[in-house]
Design a protein around this ligand. Structure first.
Ligand code: 26W
Length: 788
């Protein structure tokens, strides 16, 4: 594609006279981006054209957590070594690009999954493209103040440009709200396949004013008013909502949803007409996957668009098409996350869309009566209910398929969350266990381990066929190979330790066990349980009840939603625990606790590669799938976790004997809740009481805010909205500590532990998002790979 010489001279050219050594990392990045974008442009255009002329799938998502593009793009183009050499030839280092910020256009799992899916679609040559929003500000950047409190800073990720996007002015469309019209301008990012010329597109819409500036107002010296339209228009794509758990009925969020949905649909219809000269075959040629309920407003909107005079379909015709086009993925069972929009708000903002929603509701009622569904059940299922539009109900009713994201999650949907729906439409429900792309989450983040795997397999085909790793399982019995693996893990731990020293100013012992919990901060994910277990070990080491213990560094990485008080209190508490153990010479060589700041995709790449132990400790039945668990497994961490989400399938693949599973199972919890009494455990178990009391006995200091006391009473007395210890921390604590100690003991035999880690790597094949996407393509979208 490009050799070193060509790359070097093109970069020089793209720097427009700035000498490479004087150039900032951002300027180097921009120049490199230009060169690579030019090199792929032909393949990209060809792929785009092909997608438009075949049955294709579009992934609609409010979030795409793509992270840093530059290294990944070089990797899949097999240009990483060339670029390294070219940079060196110019007297600079490719590592300078470590300063380039992540595109954090997502909150967590759901957004990162969307990014992995596009990567897999591109690699599998599938006609799959993404549609979303080009937020000016991605997920906030996080730092901790001197008290360990989270602070947020806006994430102006495009400040120095956006080397991997192309603005497509010619594809701009208008978006109309009642009383406001804006222009949606698309920016396309290439999604480059691995070992193929195929390149898909992530199309992100930016909101702009129709008219930049009102001269009449300006001439009347009304300067603010003259610029107001710009501000109001740009508000729509200004910022990503930083919530990934609770849904808030904010008008701006509904505007964002409608904005990108109608822009994407208009775009799709325009391209379709250009390719086929009619919309009659739309349903034959198009599948749209709705990433959770966030883009579900697309459903009535597509009906509306098809009924416009220029298209001329009746409601019945349009609705018939729409029912074949959409498919819905559910990502959470948390009731507080389920979107329900106030009817007044929808009607106010989108009167025509609201009118369509009412017609869909009518169609629903008719169908239910025809099917003879009982009245009470119908009431529970209504799309419009209590003055609210229930987005999940609309998605299941209109969508051709509904899927959960791990086996247990799909079962929970079927027999509780969407039970009524499953009873009426069992054939619509499917499971699609999540996956991750091994390009970013192994090849890129762990080149050392990748090289070993490639050497042993005699090829790097695992990059596109992750299953092949299973052939390496027997090397667990090959001491020489295991020693090399141990050495590689050590290297990754050394690298992480050096990075943490630089970033956080904290030095850690890279020969200790690296026990890592990285994910959004949420009560159900139970970071507080992890903190309690650390305190339990701490007191055990001090009073001598725990003797043999391999030194362990407990690493946390997590962002809390800015308005989520308890989550923030938990972050502060973990910082307090960290202070406590660090300051205590009796234990500080045994236990260290570090909460890394601003955890994001790029940080995850470093943490995942260095982990020995993967903490996946959500209350059974609460984590839909988890995908961090898969990334950690693939890099040889053993799972210390509950029977929840995809952990169950991980253990199924890699063996219970190679992981550390603990805690109550979902079936057991149903029983347990009948009589659960956290106060009883607290009263009867001295060790647990000791740990929990640190919240209020002065061991840990919340600076007089009362936040720790609030956590304490949530565990013992509950609150109006939750039973005491709603996530069963006290109930699971003993078995958790027991599993943690078993794991710690196992590590003492480093060779035996390495074998367990190795088995996890070799059995991670199922968790490639290539497998997931191949299943979506075949079982939901009915699309085939394209030839260029
Ligand atoms: C409207 C507020 C809001 C925003 C985002 C509510 C809920 C969400 C997402 C559904 C949260 C999310 O990221 N869920 C995660 O999705 C992953 C991908 O399927 C799963 O692996 C995680 O278990 C699930 O928590």
């Amino acid at each position: 594609m490009l050799n070193q010489e060509q790359m070097q001279s093109s970069i020089t050219q793209a720097l427009h006279g700035i000498s490479p050594k004087e150039a900032t990392p951002q300027q180097l990045h921009q120049a490199l981006g230009e060169v690579v974008m030019a090199a792929i442009s032909e393949n990209w255009a060809k792929s785009t054209q092909t997608h438009e002329q075949t049955r294709r799938a579009c992934y609609f998502s409010m979030e795409f957590l793509v992270g840093r593009a530059v290294y990944n793009n070089l990797l899949v183009l097999e240009l990483l070594d060339t670029a390294k050499a070219a940079f060196e030839g110019l007297g600079v280092s490719l590592e300078a690009l470590e300063d380039i910020e992540d595109a954090a256009l997502g909150n967590g799992g759901l957004g990162r999954l969307a990014a992995c899916f596009l990567d897999s679609g591109a690699t599998l040559n599938l006609p799959l493209d993404g549609y979303g929003i080009r937020y000016k500000y991605g997920l906030f950047r996080q730092y901790f103040d001197e008290n360990g409190c989270q602070k947020e800073v806006p994430d102006d990720w495009m400040r120095y440009g956006d080397a991997w996007s192309v603005r497509r002015e010619e594809d701009a469309v208008l978006v109309q709200f009642k009383g406001q019209t804006v222009r949606a301008v698309p920016y396309d990012m290439p999604i480059i396949g691995c070992k193929t010329n195929h390149i898909s597109t992530l199309r992100l819409w930016q909101s702009e004013p129709v008219q930049t500036f009102d001269f009449d107002l300006f001439n009347q010296q009304k300067y603010l008013e003259a610029a107001a339209e710009t501000v109001y228009a740009e508000d729509i794509s200004r910022v990503l909502y930083p919530n990934d758990d609770t849904w808030a009925g904010k008008q701006l969020r509904l505007k964002q949803q409608y904005f990108f949905c109608t822009a994407s649909l208009q775009d799709i219809l325009k391209k379709h007409k250009a390719a086929y000269g009619t919309l009659d075959n739309l349903a034959e040629k198009l599948a749209i996957q709705l990433n959770d309920t966030h883009p579900v407003i697309s459903i009535p909107e597509l009906v509306r668009l098809l009924m416009l005079p220029e298209n001329g379909y009746t409601f019945e015709q349009a609705f018939g098409m729409v029912k074949q086009i959409f498919h819905y993925t559910n990502h959470t069972v948390m009731p507080e996350a389920l979107e329900k929009w106030d009817c007044h708000l929808v009607e106010e903002l989108l009167p025509e869309v609201y009118a369509i929603i009412l017609r869909i509701e009518e169609a629903f009622m008719t169908e239910m009566y025809q099917k003879g569904v009982e009245k009470e059940q119908i009431c529970r299922m209504q799309l419009v209910q209590g003055g609210m539009v229930h987005m999940a109900h609309m998605a299941v009713f209109v969508g051709a398929h509904t899927n959960g994201v791990a086996a247990i999650h799909t079962e929970i949907l079927k027999d509780s969350v969407l039970k009524d729906w499953y009873a009426v439409y069992p054939e619509r429900f499917q499971n699609k266990t999540n996956g991750i792309t091994q390009r970013r989450w192994l090849a890129l983040c762990n080149p050392e381990l990748s090289a070993l795997l490639t050497e042993l397999l005699g090829s790097d085909d695992w990059k596109i066929h992750l299953d092949q790793l299973s052939a390496l399982d027997h090397y667990a019995e090959d001491t020489a190979v295991m020693e090399r693996f141990i050495q590689i893990k050590q290297t990754k731990k050394d690298q992480l330790a050096a990075y943490i020293a630089r970033k956080e100013g904290i030095s850690i012992d890279s020969h200790s066990i690296f026990d890592i919990q990285i994910k959004r901060l949420h009560e159900y994910k139970r970071q507080l349980l992890n903190a309690f277990s650390i305190l339990y070990l701490y007191f055990g080491l001090k009073d001598g009840s725990i003797q043999a213990f391999t030194p362990t560094t407990f690493l946390f990485g997590a962002k809390a939603a800015p308005g989520y008080r308890r989550a923030k209190a938990i972050i502060r508490f973990i910082h307090e625990v960290a202070k406590l153990v660090t300051a205590d010479p009796e234990v500080s060589d045994k236990i260290r606790v570090v909460f890394v700041s601003n955890y994001n995709v790029s940080y995850a790449e470093k943490l995942v590669a260095a982990a020995d132990v993967s903490e996946q400790i959500s209350t059974a039945g609460t984590e839909a799938s988890g995908t961090g668990n898969m990334k950690l497994m693939l890099n040889g961490a053993v799972t210390l976790g509950t029977y929840d989400g995809a952990n169950i399938e991980i253990v199924e693949e890699a063996g219970e004997e190679n992981n550390f599973i603990f805690g109550a199972k979902v079936e057991e919890l149903e029983q347990i809740w009948q009589t659960y009494d956290s106060r009883k455990i607290f009263a009867e178990n001295e060790k647990i009481r000791r740990v929990v009391e640190t919240l209020i006995d002065g061991t840990c200091d919340d600076g007089g805010t009362g936040d720790f006391r609030e956590l304490y009473y949530a565990l013992l007395d509950g609150a109006s909205w939750h039973a005491p210890d709603h996530y069963y921390l006290l109930g699971d604590l003993e078995s958790y500590v027991e599993a943690k100690l078993r794991c710690n003991t196992a590590y003492a035999d480093r060779m035996a532990f390495a074998k367990m880690q190795w088995h996890n790597i070799c059995h991670a094949g199922k968790f490639s998002s290539d497998r997931t996407i191949a299943d979506y393509a075949e079982q939901i979208w009915n699309i085939d790979p394209v030839c260029l």
